[in-house]
Design a protein around this ligand. Sequence first.
Ligand code: R5P
Length: 243
Amino acid sequence: MSSSLIDDAKRRAAYKAVDEYIPPTTKVVGIGSGSTVVYVIERILQRGKEANNNVVFIPSSFQSKELIVQHGLTLGDVDAYPEIDVTIDGADEVDEHLNAIKGGGGCHLREKVIAEAAKKFIIVADHRKNSKVLGENWTRGVPIEVIPFAYTRVIMALKTLGCGNPVLRMAKAKAGPVITDNGNFVIDAHFGLIHDPDDLMRKIKMLTGVVEVGLFVRLAQIAYFGNENGSVTEKKSVLYETE
Ligand SMILES: O=C[C@H](O)[C@H](O)[C@H](O)COP(=O)(O)O
Protein backbone atom coordinates (compact mmCIF):
# COMPACT_ATOMS: atom_id res chain seq x y z
CA MET A 1 0.00 0.00 0.00
CA SER A 2 1.49 3.37 -1.01
CA SER A 3 2.14 6.04 1.58
CA SER A 4 -0.51 8.31 0.06
CA LEU A 5 -3.10 5.53 0.48
CA ILE A 6 -2.03 5.14 4.09
CA ASP A 7 -2.28 8.88 4.61
CA ASP A 8 -5.78 8.79 3.11
CA ALA A 9 -6.71 6.02 5.54
CA LYS A 10 -5.36 7.99 8.50
CA ARG A 11 -7.19 11.10 7.31
CA ARG A 12 -10.55 9.34 7.02
CA ALA A 13 -10.26 7.85 10.52
CA ALA A 14 -9.27 11.22 11.98
CA TYR A 15 -12.07 13.11 10.22
CA LYS A 16 -14.70 10.65 11.42
CA ALA A 17 -13.51 10.87 15.02
CA VAL A 18 -13.64 14.69 14.96
CA ASP A 19 -17.08 14.69 13.31
CA GLU A 20 -18.53 12.20 15.78
CA TYR A 21 -16.79 13.09 19.01
CA ILE A 22 -16.25 16.85 18.97
CA PRO A 23 -19.79 18.27 18.95
CA PRO A 24 -20.28 22.06 19.14
CA THR A 25 -20.74 21.84 22.93
CA THR A 26 -17.19 20.57 23.47
CA LYS A 27 -15.02 22.92 25.50
CA VAL A 28 -11.75 21.09 26.22
CA VAL A 29 -10.04 18.78 23.71
CA GLY A 30 -6.89 16.71 24.28
CA ILE A 31 -4.62 16.35 21.27
CA GLY A 32 -2.42 13.28 21.00
CA SER A 33 0.78 12.94 19.01
CA GLY A 34 2.02 11.37 15.78
CA SER A 35 1.24 11.52 12.09
CA THR A 36 -2.50 10.69 12.31
CA VAL A 37 -3.19 13.48 14.77
CA VAL A 38 -2.13 15.98 12.09
CA TYR A 39 -5.38 15.08 10.29
CA VAL A 40 -7.34 15.55 13.51
CA ILE A 41 -6.10 19.15 13.61
CA GLU A 42 -6.80 19.50 9.86
CA ARG A 43 -10.46 18.55 10.42
CA ILE A 44 -10.78 20.74 13.50
CA LEU A 45 -9.57 23.72 11.44
CA GLN A 46 -12.11 22.94 8.72
CA ARG A 47 -14.87 23.57 11.27
CA GLY A 48 -13.94 27.25 11.04
CA LYS A 49 -12.74 29.89 13.49
CA GLU A 50 -16.11 30.44 15.10
CA ALA A 51 -16.57 26.78 16.02
CA ASN A 52 -13.14 26.67 17.67
CA ASN A 53 -13.27 30.05 19.40
CA ASN A 54 -14.44 28.73 22.74
CA VAL A 55 -12.49 25.49 22.70
CA VAL A 56 -9.23 24.96 24.60
CA PHE A 57 -6.77 22.40 23.23
CA ILE A 58 -4.46 20.45 25.55
CA PRO A 59 -1.29 19.03 23.94
CA SER A 60 0.38 15.73 24.78
CA SER A 61 3.80 16.58 23.37
CA PHE A 62 6.02 19.25 21.89
CA GLN A 63 4.69 18.19 18.46
CA SER A 64 1.03 18.66 19.34
CA LYS A 65 1.72 21.92 21.17
CA GLU A 66 3.34 23.24 17.98
CA LEU A 67 0.36 22.08 15.90
CA ILE A 68 -2.06 23.89 18.20
CA VAL A 69 -0.04 27.11 18.36
CA GLN A 70 0.89 27.28 14.68
CA HIS A 71 -2.74 26.94 13.63
CA GLY A 72 -3.94 29.66 15.97
CA LEU A 73 -5.97 27.37 18.23
CA THR A 74 -6.22 28.15 21.96
CA LEU A 75 -3.51 26.34 23.91
CA GLY A 76 -4.31 25.03 27.38
CA ASP A 77 -2.49 22.97 29.94
CA VAL A 78 -3.56 19.95 31.94
CA ASP A 79 -2.73 21.88 35.14
CA ALA A 80 -5.45 24.39 34.26
CA TYR A 81 -7.76 21.79 32.67
CA PRO A 82 -7.34 18.49 34.55
CA GLU A 83 -10.70 17.34 33.15
CA ILE A 84 -10.89 17.05 29.39
CA ASP A 85 -14.08 16.44 27.39
CA VAL A 86 -12.47 14.29 24.71
CA THR A 87 -8.94 13.28 23.73
CA ILE A 88 -8.16 12.00 20.25
CA ASP A 89 -4.85 10.24 19.64
CA GLY A 90 -3.12 7.78 17.32
CA ALA A 91 -1.78 4.33 18.29
CA ASP A 92 0.84 1.85 17.18
CA GLU A 93 -1.43 -1.15 17.66
CA VAL A 94 -4.90 -1.77 19.12
CA ASP A 95 -6.21 -5.16 20.25
CA GLU A 96 -9.74 -6.55 20.17
CA HIS A 97 -10.49 -5.09 23.62
CA LEU A 98 -9.16 -1.65 22.60
CA ASN A 99 -5.99 -1.96 24.64
CA ALA A 100 -3.21 -0.20 22.79
CA ILE A 101 0.53 0.04 22.33
CA LYS A 102 1.60 3.68 22.12
CA GLY A 103 4.88 5.56 22.21
CA GLY A 104 6.27 4.89 18.73
CA GLY A 105 7.07 8.60 18.79
CA GLY A 106 8.19 8.53 22.42
CA CYS A 107 5.25 10.60 23.68
CA HIS A 108 3.32 8.00 25.68
CA LEU A 109 3.88 9.48 29.16
CA ARG A 110 2.08 12.76 28.47
CA GLU A 111 -0.35 11.00 26.14
CA LYS A 112 -1.44 8.73 28.99
CA VAL A 113 -1.98 11.71 31.29
CA ILE A 114 -4.16 13.38 28.64
CA ALA A 115 -6.01 10.11 27.91
CA GLU A 116 -6.76 9.46 31.59
CA ALA A 117 -7.90 13.06 32.06
CA ALA A 118 -10.49 12.70 29.30
CA LYS A 119 -14.12 11.67 29.70
CA LYS A 120 -13.76 10.07 26.26
CA PHE A 121 -10.54 8.74 24.79
CA ILE A 122 -10.70 8.06 21.05
CA ILE A 123 -8.05 6.33 18.92
CA VAL A 124 -7.51 7.05 15.22
CA ALA A 125 -5.25 4.97 12.98
CA ASP A 126 -4.90 3.21 9.66
CA HIS A 127 -5.85 -0.46 9.24
CA ARG A 128 -2.29 -1.71 9.89
CA LYS A 129 -2.80 -0.94 13.57
CA ASN A 130 -5.94 -3.03 13.91
CA SER A 131 -5.02 -6.35 15.60
CA LYS A 132 -6.65 -9.06 17.64
CA VAL A 133 -3.78 -9.35 20.10
CA LEU A 134 -1.04 -6.79 20.88
CA GLY A 135 2.33 -7.78 19.43
CA GLU A 136 0.76 -9.35 16.35
CA ASN A 137 1.67 -6.55 13.93
CA TRP A 138 3.68 -4.12 16.05
CA THR A 139 6.95 -5.99 16.59
CA ARG A 140 9.14 -3.01 17.50
CA GLY A 141 8.19 -3.62 21.11
CA VAL A 142 6.47 -1.85 23.97
CA PRO A 143 7.93 1.65 24.43
CA ILE A 144 9.06 2.21 28.01
CA GLU A 145 10.16 5.65 29.23
CA VAL A 146 12.95 5.39 31.80
CA ILE A 147 15.12 7.83 33.69
CA PRO A 148 18.60 7.79 32.09
CA PHE A 149 20.34 6.78 35.34
CA ALA A 150 18.45 3.48 35.50
CA TYR A 151 18.32 2.32 31.88
CA THR A 152 20.86 -0.53 32.11
CA ARG A 153 19.16 -1.93 35.21
CA VAL A 154 15.75 -1.71 33.54
CA ILE A 155 17.06 -3.52 30.44
CA MET A 156 18.32 -6.34 32.69
CA ALA A 157 15.02 -6.53 34.52
CA LEU A 158 13.01 -6.59 31.28
CA LYS A 159 14.92 -9.72 30.25
CA THR A 160 13.82 -11.45 33.44
CA LEU A 161 10.23 -10.47 32.57
CA GLY A 162 10.55 -12.38 29.28
CA CYS A 163 11.77 -9.83 26.73
CA GLY A 164 14.59 -11.39 24.71
CA ASN A 165 16.14 -8.22 23.41
CA PRO A 166 15.15 -4.88 24.97
CA VAL A 167 16.69 -2.04 22.97
CA LEU A 168 17.58 1.50 23.98
CA ARG A 169 15.98 3.68 21.28
CA MET A 170 18.66 5.61 19.41
CA ALA A 171 18.21 9.00 17.73
CA LYS A 172 18.31 9.20 13.93
CA ALA A 173 19.92 12.58 13.32
CA LYS A 174 21.98 12.84 16.50
CA ALA A 175 24.54 10.54 18.05
CA GLY A 176 23.13 8.84 21.13
CA PRO A 177 19.71 7.93 22.49
CA VAL A 178 16.32 9.51 21.84
CA ILE A 179 15.52 12.01 24.60
CA THR A 180 11.81 12.39 25.39
CA ASP A 181 9.94 15.65 26.00
CA ASN A 182 10.55 14.90 29.69
CA GLY A 183 14.33 14.45 29.37
CA ASN A 184 14.22 10.65 29.64
CA PHE A 185 15.26 7.63 27.53
CA VAL A 186 13.01 5.10 25.78
CA ILE A 187 13.53 1.33 25.77
CA ASP A 188 11.61 -0.78 23.21
CA ALA A 189 10.81 -4.22 24.58
CA HIS A 190 9.18 -6.86 22.39
CA PHE A 191 7.34 -9.54 24.36
CA GLY A 192 5.78 -11.47 21.48
CA LEU A 193 1.99 -11.72 21.69
CA ILE A 194 0.67 -9.86 24.72
CA HIS A 195 -2.43 -11.70 25.92
CA ASP A 196 -2.61 -9.90 29.27
CA PRO A 197 -1.49 -6.27 28.71
CA ASP A 198 -2.71 -5.21 32.15
CA ASP A 199 -0.48 -7.73 33.91
CA LEU A 200 2.54 -6.88 31.76
CA MET A 201 1.99 -3.15 32.18
CA ARG A 202 1.89 -3.48 35.98
CA LYS A 203 5.03 -5.66 36.10
CA ILE A 204 7.03 -3.22 33.97
CA LYS A 205 5.75 -0.20 35.83
CA MET A 206 6.99 -1.66 39.12
CA LEU A 207 10.61 -1.63 37.90
CA THR A 208 12.61 1.13 39.55
CA GLY A 209 13.47 3.83 37.03
CA VAL A 210 10.46 3.22 34.77
CA VAL A 211 8.44 6.38 34.33
CA GLU A 212 5.68 5.12 32.03
CA VAL A 213 4.83 2.13 29.88
CA GLY A 214 3.32 2.45 26.40
CA LEU A 215 0.53 0.03 27.16
CA PHE A 216 -2.85 1.79 27.37
CA VAL A 217 -5.17 -0.66 29.09
CA ARG A 218 -8.96 -0.16 29.11
CA LEU A 219 -8.62 3.53 28.32
CA ALA A 220 -10.10 3.88 24.85
CA GLN A 221 -13.81 4.13 24.26
CA ILE A 222 -13.68 3.72 20.50
CA ALA A 223 -11.07 3.26 17.77
CA TYR A 224 -11.44 4.30 14.13
CA PHE A 225 -9.31 2.56 11.50
CA GLY A 226 -9.13 3.86 7.95
CA ASN A 227 -9.15 0.96 5.46
CA GLU A 228 -7.59 0.53 2.00
CA ASN A 229 -10.99 0.55 0.30
CA GLY A 230 -11.99 3.94 1.68
CA SER A 231 -14.17 2.64 4.50
CA VAL A 232 -13.58 3.25 8.21
CA THR A 233 -13.84 0.42 10.73
CA GLU A 234 -15.13 1.29 14.20
CA LYS A 235 -14.16 -0.81 17.18
CA LYS A 236 -16.04 -0.05 20.36
CA SER A 237 -15.06 -1.04 23.89
CA VAL A 238 -17.51 -3.39 25.65
CA LEU A 239 -17.13 -1.08 28.63
CA TYR A 240 -19.03 1.58 26.69
CA GLU A 241 -21.41 -0.51 24.66
CA THR A 242 -24.33 0.49 26.87
CA GLU A 243 -23.90 4.18 25.96
O1 R5P B 1 4.50 8.51 20.79
C1 R5P B 1 3.75 8.53 19.83
C2 R5P B 1 2.36 8.18 19.87
O2 R5P B 1 1.96 7.21 20.79
C3 R5P B 1 1.63 8.05 18.53
O3 R5P B 1 0.29 8.35 18.78
C4 R5P B 1 1.74 6.67 17.90
O4 R5P B 1 3.10 6.33 17.73
C5 R5P B 1 1.00 6.59 16.55
O5 R5P B 1 1.58 7.47 15.65
P1 R5P B 1 1.11 7.58 14.14
O6 R5P B 1 -0.21 8.26 14.11
O7 R5P B 1 2.20 8.38 13.48
O8 R5P B 1 1.05 6.17 13.59
